[in-house]
Write a protein that binds this ligand. Structure first.
Ligand code: WT7
Length: 654
């Protein structure tokens, strides 16, 4: 963006008003929302204080709403004490003990319904098992599980005793798991023999063993849930079955009050440079905003069946599966498997069977399911759905329109929610009963969220249509606290650009004449593949760690379904392979990256060249590579190229 403001390219003029019937039943009226905006604008600390009083049960009240003495390491509700698990479970026992907290459906079928009373007992029992294994407040516990209720139970059990969890997505490789375990210095790993996804069992324990055998000196104990019943080795003295771990444990465990800013979890996310960052979230501020945004954005009603399709390995699965809805006392749906098993109607069948009322998914899933045609969803009764949500990347107007027409039957509002792992909760979104929504825009910041768009100097970009850096001008309760073990990186990544004046999200955005925000994409070298953030650096390091690779550059290429596809330019050792040799090496490198990082990081295209395009000062010309990858004509000045003859190789035309 150093080349000045970005001119916006999208031009969507339609505006969808909230449907009258929806407005009539809404949990939040336009007037109440207006009052919240007014209070937040006048005194944001007073606003957050009011929300914290209304929505959180405290063991000890806070003495200061916002301590900014060590900015940008802000502390929310300092002096206050609470327990997150008690706020998600125990607080409901008087009025909702028998209400279903979790409806679970496995990929192979098999439905479980768990009430709030049962969930509280299970969490307590498992919390006691953690304690019996020597885990105490502040210890790190890594969770590497399939999408089953026990994943949420494990997270809540950690929260109950003040242990800090770090959930690693089950699709990550052994290498990625090992790096995360070691960065966090985790004492325990919770995993499963496997999980069902995509029609066959995923081998989690095998990957876990591989990770641990590579050297994870801090891990003392591994708890293994039996899910698939596949044969897995158990290491004596280290590994214990989940069922054995809880067998003798009591189903009551007093929740431990912790400080408001006690770390609740770490979640690793990609950056443009170096290894993944352990984003650290606190307790009170995080939970407050997870609950508040859940209730506001998804128009929470007591009878809702809320289905967020995200895996607990991502932030969406933390805030809108494991924490926010449970704090509100909602019924959530969890599904273990793939959207296309046994066929592309699976999601819609689940919505019909369990009478899902609010459905929250990613644009990449919508685009993938859209391809199977309207007949698939139309053969199910989707009339229980009253609200739809989208998250992870900009939703293109075609996908929005299909979602609205076919899944929402033109009667459901759509909330396009913009946020990040770092923000902890939704920051910008329509409020479904109030906001007029143009397809493709996340519309407006929620009350108390000071989003803005600024130019290189940090001045607000006033004219609509001109793009700039998306920034947040004021701290908010669910903001990340730091990067685990690397506070300098926290400051450098999010605050340095504008000298600590505001949080830099790393996205570019513009507004329109209605003041709505449109996200244009990431500014740095971060890819958004199927709604998952991946650093180009991570894929590049994986490639160059292969013995046949000298150098690699990875860029994104627009992809209709995944949003972005991964395009890798590789300089091989020795002569550039061609024909079958080239094909074989491509296959080998794809498998290699999959093993190093995980299948989502596998390059879609690999092209070999004798060198990479560099400026005379030695910088790889990424913009040029992006142009070539997307098949567009080169308009950049290539005269500064060190070796202009490689252009044909990069285009694949030599
Ligand atoms: C990045 C954050 C937080 C949920 C999952 C992703 C992109 C997220 C939207 C949206 C346009 C979006 C941004 C953001 N993004 N939601 N509604 N519209 N872009 O979490 O992995 O931390 O990625 O996802 O680029 O910075 P994440």
């Amino acid at each position: 963006m150093s080349e000045g403001n970005i001119k916006s390219i999208l031009n969507e003029e339609r505006l969808f008003q909230p449907p009258t019937d929806f407005v009539k039943q809404a949990a939040l009226s336009a007037t109440e929302l207006e009052q919240r905006y007014a209070l937040a604008a006048q005194d944001s600390n007073a606003y957050w204080e009011k929300m914290a009083t209304d929505l959180i049960v405290w063991d000890k009240p806070w003495s200061q709403v916002l301590d900014d003495s060590k900015a940008p390491n802000y502390k929310w509700f300092s002096g206050g004490e609470l327990n997150v698990s008690a706020n998600c479970l125990d607080v409901h026992l008087e009025t909702r003990a028998d209400k279903t907290a979790i409806i679970f459906e496995g990929e192979q079928g098999g439905v479980r319904r768990i009430s709030y009373a049962e969930l509280t007992s299970e969490v307590s029992r498992f919390a006691n098992a953690l304690k019996a294994s020597g885990i105490s407040c502040g210890d790190r516990v890594v969770i590497y599980m399939p999408m089953v209720p026990e994943a949420v139970i494990a997270m809540q059990a950690c929260a109950r005793i003040g242990a800090i969890h770090s959930v690693v997505f089950g699709g990550f490789s052994a290498v990625a798991l090992r790096d995360r375990i070691n960065d966090a210095g985790a004492r325990m790993l919770i995993t499963a023999d496997g999980g069902f996804r995509g029609g066959s069992p995923v081998e989690l324990k095998r990957a876990a063993d591989e990770a641990l055998s590579g050297g994870c000196p801090t891990i003392e104990r591994v708890i293994v849930l039996q899910r698939t019943k596949q044969d897995v080795p158990m290491k004596v003295g280290r590994d214990i079955w989940w069922s054995d771990a809880i067998a003798d444990q009591c189903d009551e465990c007093a929740p431990l009050p912790v400080e408001a800013s006690h770390p609740l979890f770490l979640l690793y996310t990609s950056g443009s440079t170096g290894k993944p960052k352990g984003v650290q979230h606190g307790s009170a501020g995080y939970l407050l905003n997870a609950r508040l945004t859940y209730e506001t954005v998804f128009d929470y009603q007591e009878t809702d069946v809320f289905w967020c399709t995200a895996d607990v390995g991502w932030i969406t699965g933390h805030s809108y599966v494991a924490y926010g809805p449970l704090a509100a006392g909602a019924t959530i749906l969890m599904y273990e498997g793939s959207p296309t098993v046994p066929d592309a109607g699976r999601f819609w069948k689940i919505c019909e069977t369990h009478k899902v009322t609010v459905f929250y998914t990613a644009p990449t899933a919508i685009r993938a399911l859209m391809r199977f045609g309207d007949e698939v969803p139309e053969s199910y009764d989707l009339s229980s759905i009253r609200l739809l949500g989208s998250v992870g990347e900009p939703i293109n107007p075609e996908a929005w329109t299909w979602y609205h027409r076919v899944i929402g039957r033109e009667v459901c509002p759509i909330v396009d929610t913009w946020w990040q792992t770092e923000t902890g909760g939704i920051m910008m979104s329509p409020v479904p009963s109030v906001t007029a929504t143009p397809p493709g825009s996340c519309t407006q910041p929620l009350p108390g969220i000071a989003a803005d768009i600024v130019d290189d100097q940090g001045n607000t970009v006033t004219s609509p249509e001109l793009g700039g850096y998306l920034v947040i001008r004021k701290p908010w309760p669910s903001m990340l606290q730091t990067i685990w073990g690397d506070n300098d990186r926290y400051i450098e990544t999010y605050w340095e650009k504008f000298h600590g004046r505001f949080y830099v999200a790393g996205d570019s955005a513009h507004t329109d004449k209605h003041g709505n925000f449109w996200i244009m994409g990431r500014i740095d070298d971060v890819l958004n593949v199927s709604g998952h953030r991946l650093g180009t650096m991570e894929v590049e390091s994986a490639l160059v760690s292969h013995e046949k690779v000298v150098e690699a550059a990875v860029v994104g290429r627009p992809d209709e379904i995944k949003g972005e596809a991964i395009f890798a330019y590789v300089v091989p050792c020795g002569a550039r392979p061609s024909g079958d040799d080239a094909k074989a090496l491509v296959k080998e490198l794809r498998a290699w990256v999959s093993k190093q990082v995980g299948p989502i990081a596998k390059p879609d295209n690999i092209r070999f060249a004798d060198s990479l395009p560099k400026t005379r000062s030695g910088k790889i010309m990424r913009r040029l590579l992006r142009t070539i990858a997307s098949g567009e004509a080169i308009t950049q000045d290539t005269s500064t190229l060190e070796d202009p003859s490689i252009l044909d190789q990069l285009r694949g035309e030599d």
